[in-house]
Design a protein around this ligand. Sequence first.
Ligand code: 3EB
Length: 342
Amino acid sequence: MSAPGTAPYCSFEKLGSADLDGDETLLGVIEHGTGPADVSVIDGRLRAAVHTTTREDESFAEAWHAEGPKESGHHAGVAWARTPDYLLGVARVPEAGRYAAGTAAAYTAIFDLTAALGYPTLVRTWNYLSGINTANADDLEVYQDFCVGRAEALDARGLDPATMPAATGVGAHSGGITCYFLAARHGHRINVENPAVLTAHRYPPRYGTRPPIFARATWHAPPGPGEGRLFVSATGGILGHETVHRGDIAGQCEVALANIGRVISGENLGRHGLARHHGLADLDHLKVYVRHRDDIPVVRRICADRLAREATIAVLHTDIARSDLLVEIEGVVTVPPGKDPR
Ligand code: 3EB
């Protein structure tokens, strides 16, 4: 693990790990497990559980750490924990026949909370949806229903889609919708797109009446020299706006990794005004979502070939936003303080 510095950092731990109890740096834990979904705040820390896998041995705790005194609370259904500089929050929409209104309320609450508490910069969101590819009560796919609600929340608060950060939108095995997010009080945010993939909020209407709204990656740097985080969105086998290598797990996995490589490359970051360059070997704390359990060994092998040997990689068996996508991969590039731009 690199030096944490002042920006928040993540670690993957054993679920229910006693080590976390005495950890002063802990802001919150997202438990990726076999269910059920849950949210609580205890002693200034946030705890959420999402039902993102079907096997105990794939379960893990995604722990978010940040320096400084901790405080926690609730606002309009959003549970949160914060330091003076960072806010981690979770909103849930219970399992229902329709999700747009609940999702709009959840995102509106997130926007209002970040503004009210003074953490105006959203740096990352994660969205886990049970029955993501199933039809809702109106015969609309649950993922599209969710996208309607998220878009309506932006409309309601007059927010520009280009301000939405990196995200994940994948399935869960139960629990309705869980959205968690990280926001910052200070610092500089740059949203990064992928020249080979259409900006999500410009996807054509065949993918849904309202588009997904997120950036392919978000760079966030606290004030001061050097340090920062590059959060890479869940990334799949999409080129332009089309899913490629339908039914071919190896092909989709390779395109997903190539897409991530393009997003974090020096050429692309330079286009976004960031004088940095990265490769797949710089990624850590990857979460790899795999639709079919039988595909996991192939995905593990390809990831092991392309990513750093020291990288922490969690593989989760769960559905993906688009029914023809078989795998999605997300990760973080951590740039510790005091390192020269590279
Ligand atoms: C895609 O376009 C579909 O809706 O927040 C990846 C990352 C996906 C985020 C979201 C959806 C979302 O790559 C999957």
